[in-house]
Design a binder for this molecule. Structure first.
Ligand code: CA
Length: 137
């Protein structure tokens, strides 16, 4: 079991590229921990520290997966998700919202904005990998 974190190009014999994850999180310690845990599991990680930068890097780096904190400076994760989904070429990116334990009211909004799922922080990485395995094509 376990998620295959690289994608094979069926038309070539090239080495599969690692899946790209954009972590949008304003709290440095959490972002750092997420990078360590995701890289350990074979993902390539990009980081954004606020909602606007999250939208910008999503468009620029074309991640396969976005882990989107909801409580963010500038624009929040819900608005950032809306903007990303507003771009026609970003319809297929997998977006997982991250909410703090008490932020249950944001979960429905996150899904309505276009998130595929949400997770409660602190993130359980085994759970996250399992979730991605079920959501990724
Ligand atoms: Ca936050």
């Amino acid at each position: 079991m376990g998620l295959e974190t690289s994608r094979t190009d069926s038309n070539s014999n090239e080495v599969a590229a690692p899946l790209k994850v954009l972590v949008v999180e304003d709290f440095d310690d959490t972002r750092f921990l997420m990078r360590i845990e995701l890289e350990k599991r074979g993902f390539r990680v990009f980081e954004a520290t606020d909602g606007e930068q999250g939208v910008e890097l999503a468009m620029r780096d074309r991640p396969d997966i976005i882990l989107m904190d909801i409580g963010l400076p500038q624009i929040d994760g819900i608005e950032a998700t809306r903007r990303i989904r507003g771009d026609n070429t970003m319809r297929d990116v997998l977006i997982v919202a991250l909410t703090a334990h008490h932020e249950t009211e944001y979960r429905a909004q996150a899904l309505a904005a276009g998130c595929d799922a949400y997770l409660t922080k602190p993130v359980d990485f085994d759970w996250l990998i399992d979730l991605l395995g079920r959501l990724l094509p």
